[in-house]
Design a protein around this ligand. Structure first.
Ligand code: PLP
Length: 370
């Protein structure tokens, strides 16, 4: 398989660990090992007993059970654990799609959600969102672009990079369109549980549709990216079998230590999620003030969920140049929209980290010096 460079990940690889502030990370503030261990008594003793042989390929049964509790009607046997959401997406697309299949992908998007399909030789239709429409999805577009060869619709709610979360009625219409046309719905739900108002949380695709495939991960809402634990939940047995068989060619099984910590974190998930949502809420208040103050400079659409947003530069400058200058002068990293192949006017800003207020202050200092 020949696949294009992953622009966003290459940009992170180049800069993330050399800057003072990452102001575009999508994962929430992480934890150290000790913080996780203090979530439960006896956890250090239990950690010492973790066996470091190969683990069960589908995932530790206790972990699969904890993951299944995140859904309303998913059995642990309908969950398979991977090394991050990235492996889940890679395998799912490879199993589901073949050359000349057609897929429709919500866009802009995390690159693997369409690039793997491109590399397989699929025809990819981008279902483009625009800030002029408040990032709202055009259902008419979806309906008119479904053809005989459409195999899959790919969505990502809450959305990377805009923070868009559809109203429940819109989501239901997407599911119904997929159902009516027998199309798979690949639903990247890695920012689920970061809805600012819990009432807006969407049901998972795997709970609603037998061709619904829900992808989740410990990295984003739970802030545990270093565990590299992600998963797929689906009721589709045939697909599940193919996915599990493909895994023998990628990672075979998961890290025993990561599975241990993922179980611990999921058993204590409300503490972790509440802490992360508190950080996000505080940061969002600051961002609201900031973008209000600089409304001549930026267009700000406040998200409804997640830890990232995608403001537009209103001044006549390339987002890439703007971000590079900020990086050079203040050692603050923003993500220009060129890394999403989405023009050169937007940038991704992240607000799941505790040090966001300091990074924002640096951005303001930079603006004052322009
Ligand atoms: C929408 C989306 N899906 C999948 C991933 C991959 O997640 P992970 O790095 O945890 O595998 C990301 C990471 O940024 C993402 O934003």
């Amino acid at each position: 398989m020949r696949i294009k460079d992953f622009k966003l990940e290459e940009y992170f690889a180049k800069h993330e660990f050399n800057v003072e502030y990452s102001l575009c990370s999508s994962d929430c503030e992480s934890f150290n090992v000790n913080e996780l261990l203090t979530l439960e008594k006896d956890s250090l003793e239990n950690l010492k007993k973790v066996w470091l042989g190969y683990t069960e390929s589908l995932g530790n049964p206790i972990l699969r059970k904890e993951i299944s509790k995140l859904y309303s009607d998913i059995n642990p046997k309908e969950v398979i654990v991977f090394s991050g959401a990235e492996e889940a997406i890679f395998i799912c697309m490879n199993v589901l799609l073949k050359k000349d299949d057609h897929i429709i992908v919500q866009y802009p998007a995390y690159q693997s959600l369409y690039e793997i399909a491109n590399a397989i030789g699929c025809k990819v239709t981008k279902w483009v969102m625009e800030d002029e429409n408040h990032w709202e999805l055009d259902l008419q577009f979806l309906e008119t672009n479904i053809t005989q060869t459409t195999k899959c619709i790919v969505v990502n709610f809450p959305h990377n990079p805009t923070g868009y979360l559809p109203e429940k009625e819109i989501y239901e219409k997407i599911i119904n369109l997929a159902k009516r046309n027998n199309i798979y719905l690949l639903s990247d739900e890695v920012y689920k549980f970061l809805e600012y108002n819990e009432a807006n949380r969407l049901p998972s695709a795997c709970d609603l549709y037998d061709r619904g495939i829900s992808i989740g991960v410990m990295s984003k809402s739970f802030g545990l990216a270093g565990l590299r634990i992600g998963w797929i939940a689906t009721k589709n047995k045939a697909l599940f079998e193919k996915i599990s068989s493909f895994k023998n060619y990628t990672t075979i099984c998961n890290s025993a230590l990561s599975e241990f910590f993922a179980i611990l974190a999921l058993r204590n998930r409300s503490k972790i999620l509440n802490r992360n949502l508190e950080i996000i809420n505080n940061n969002l208040n600051l961002l609201d003030e900031f973008f209000n103050k600089y409304s001549n400079f930026f267009k700000w659409i406040k998200p409804k969920a997640g830890s990232i947003a995608f403001p537009r530069l209103l001044v006549n400058e390339s987002a890439e140049v703007f971000c590079l200058n900020l990086l050079k002068k203040k050692s603050v990293l923003l993500m220009p929209s060129t890394n999403y192949d989405y023009g050169d006017r937007h940038f991704r800003i992240g607000f799941g980290r505790k040090n966001m207020p300091e990074a924002l202050q640096k951005l303001e200092d930079f603006l004052k010096e322009l």
